[in-house]
Design a protein around this ligand. Structure first.
Ligand code: AMP
Ligand code: ZN
Length: 110
């Protein structure tokens, strides 16, 4: 899927309405529509990158900013102490369904 027909690009551009819990120049954060945990956020770079496989050398700053934002969001929603999981699904065999890079943050279990 290219960026002209990309669900997350449409969410980022506002073509598909969504509520951002956080946003800055590099990324946006919104709730997963089909959560697999009490808390399930997606941390999504504004730049259309298909998957981890497509990262360029200078995308390292994007990845580090995504992880630092995940840490920040975990504090904001108070799952940092109880703990949480961060993961990337990579391509079909890795469970990726939306081919615009995103980091999952799940947590909030009792
Ligand atoms: P992945 O399987 O890693 O590609 O994850 C894609 C995630 O996007 C899934 O967890 C979906 O539930 C989620 N998702 C799909 N459509 C939307 C949407 N419109 N808004 C928020 N999350 C979505
Ligand atoms: Zn995209």
């Amino acid at each position: 899927m290219d960026k002209n027909n990309c669900l997350f690009c449409k969410i980022i551009s506002g073509d598909i309405p969504s509520e951002f819990l956080f946003q800055d120049d590099v990324l946006v954060v919104f709730k997963d529509i089909n959560p697999i945990a009490p808390v399930h956020l997606l941390i999504v770079p504004r730049k259309h990158i298909r998957s981890i496989n497509d990262l360029a050398q200078d995308d390292g700053t994007v990845i580090s900013h995504m992880i630092m934002t995940a840490k920040h969001m975990a504090e904001e929603i108070s799952v940092n102490q109880s703990g949480y999981r961060l993961f990337f699904n990579v391509e079909n065999g890795g469970g990726q369904e939306v081919f615009h890079l995103h980091l999952h943050l799940i947590g909030g279990w009792e």
